[in-house]
Design a protein. Structure first.
Length: 374
C-alpha cells in the first residue's frame, strides 16, 4: 500500500487538497475583505451563498476559514506520509477526511434546501473534499475493517459536533453595511409606493429586484416589521433592476441573469402612478408565482398583460416612471462598493445595509441595526 500511496493515492489527494485549500483561502479573503470574485456579483447565486447567515460560525467567523484549517491539516498529513508511512498519521488523515466529507454534504444540503442557491467556488471545494475522502478510504484498506470503522466514527462525531455548533451559534441575520459622507436621496414616502404609514417618522428605502428570490423573501416580512415598530417605520419601495440593460452600475458580463427586470420595474412604477391600489395587487402578484420547482419570476409579457388588466388599459406615465427609476438607480450607485453590491438593500439617512435574513425576526433585527447607525 505504501508504493500505491506514493504513486497514486498520495499525489491525487495532494492535488485535490491543494485546490480545495486555495479555494477556501479565496473564499475567506472574499468574506473578510470583500474581495470581488468572478461570477459572484450582485444578486448572483454565489453572492447569495457567501452573503448568507449560513456562511458564518459563532456569528462572525466565515466557515471557509475553518475549511482553510481543515485542508491545511489534511495537506500536512498527506505530505508527511510520503516520507514516513506512519499508521497513526494515516488514521488522523482518515478521521479528518471523513469529517470534511460529512461537512461538505452538510453545506451542499444548506445551499440546496436553505439558501436555495449554489456557489460554484463552494461546490468545487466540496467536490474536492468528497473525492479526497474516497481516496483516503481506498488508501486505508490495509488498516483493517475495525480500525477504519473506528476512524470513520470519530470523524463523524467531529462533523456532528461542528454542525451542532454551527446551528447553535448562527446569527438571526447577516448584513453588509456601509455609510455615505452625506445623507442619501431617499424618495419621499408621500410621493412613492410605500409599505406602512406615509406619515411615519422614519422612512427606509428598500431597493429590490422583481427577479430576485431573496428580495421576494424580504418583501414578505415588511408588514410584520411595520407592525413591530408600531407604525413608526415605513418602507419606501424602490424597484432596482440588476439588469445592465437599464442599470449602469451593473457590468455586462455574459448572460444577463436579470433580463426583463427593467420592464417589470417600469410596469410596477407606472401602475403605482396610475393607481396605487392596483400597484399593491401587481406588486404581490409579481412575487407570488410558484411553479412546479418553486418560485419563478414573472416574464415581461405576463406582467404587461396583468398591468393592462389592472389599469383598465389606461396608458402608464412613462416620463414619471423613468425619473423615479433613475433616482432609484442613483441611490443604488451611491450605496454600491466593491464586493458589496447586492440587494435587497435598506437605506436610511446616510447609512445602508444589505440584510440576509430568512425569518421576520432576523429582518426586524437588521432594520433596528440600520436605525441605530443614524
Amino acid at each position: 500500500m505504501r508504493e500505491k500511496y506514493r504513486h497514486i493515492y498520495g499525489p491525487a489527494m495532494g492535488l485535490l487538497c491543494s485546490v480545495a485549500l486555495i479555494l477556501s483561502v479565496i473564499l475567506t479573503i472574499h468574506a473578510l475583505a470583500g474581495m470581488s470574485l468572478i461570477g459572484c456579483g450582485a444578486g448572483s447565486s454565489c453572492d447569495q451563498v457567501t452573503g448568507s447567515r449560513w456562511s458564518l460560525l459563532l456569528g462572525f467567523l466565515p466557515v471557509s476559514s475553518l475549511a482553510v484549517g481543515a485542508y491545511l491539516a489534511l495537506l500536512v498529513c498527506i505530505l508527511y506520509l510520503f516520507f514516513d508511512f506512519d499508521t497513526a498519521v494515516r488514521k488522523v488523515l482518515l478521521v479528518l477526511s471523513s469529517a470534511v466529507f460529512l461537512c461538505c454534504l452538510w453545506f451542499i444540503w444548506i445551499q440546496a434546501a436553505k439558501v436555495k442557491a449554489f456557489c460554484p467556488y463552494c461546490l468545487s471545494t466540496h467536490l474536492g473534499g468528497i473525492l479526497l475522502f474516497v481516496l483516503a478510504v481506498l488508501s486505508s484498506r490495509d488498516l483493517g475493517r475495525p480500525a477504519v470503522l473506528r476512524m470513520l466514527g470519530a470523524g463523524g462525531a467531529l462533523a456532528v459536533a461542528f454542525m451542532a455548533v454551527h446551528l447553535l451559534t448562527m446569527p438571526a441575520y447577516r448584513a453588509q453595511s456601509g455609510r455615505s459622507e452625506a445623507p442619501l436621496p431617499i424618495p419621499a414616502a408621500s410621493a412613492s409606493p410605500v409599505v406602512g404609514p406615509e406619515d411615519a417618522s422614519v422612512s427606509v428605502a428598500l431597493l429590490y429586484d422583481y427577479r430576485c428570490s431573496h428580495c421576494r423573501t424580504i418583501h414578505g416580512f415588511l408588514d410584520e416589521a411595520v407592525a413591530h415598530f408600531g407604525g413608526r417605520v415605513s418602507f419606501v419601495l424602490c424597484p432596482t433592476p440588476l439588469s445592465p440593460a437599464c442599470n449602469p452600475y451593473i457590468p455586462v458580463t455574459g448572460e444577463d441573469r436579470f433580463a426583463g427586470s427593467c420592464d417589470l420595474a417600469r410596469l410596477a412604477l407606472g401602475l403605482w402612478k396610475a393607481d396605487p391600489e392596483a400597484f399593491r395587487t401587481f406588486d404581490a402578484w409579481l412575487f407570488e408565482a410558484d411553479g412546479k420547482d418553486g418560485w419563478y419570476p414573472r416574464s415581461p409579457a405576463e406582467a404587461e398583460a396583468k398591468a393592462r388588466e389592472l389599469s383598465g388599459g389606461v396608458p402608464l406615465d412613462g416620463a414619471w416612471t423613468a425619473d423615479y427609476l433613475s433616482r432609484t438607480l442613483e441611490l443604488f450607485g451611491r450605496t454600491t462598493s466593491e464586493g458589496r453590491s447586492g440587494i435587497p438593500r435598506l437605506v436610511y439617512g446616510s447609512s445602508w445595509i444589505i440584510p440576509e435574513a430568512d425569518t421576520p425576526e432576523g429582518f426586524i433585527e437588521a432594520v433596528g441595526e440600520l436605525l441605530r447607525q443614524n
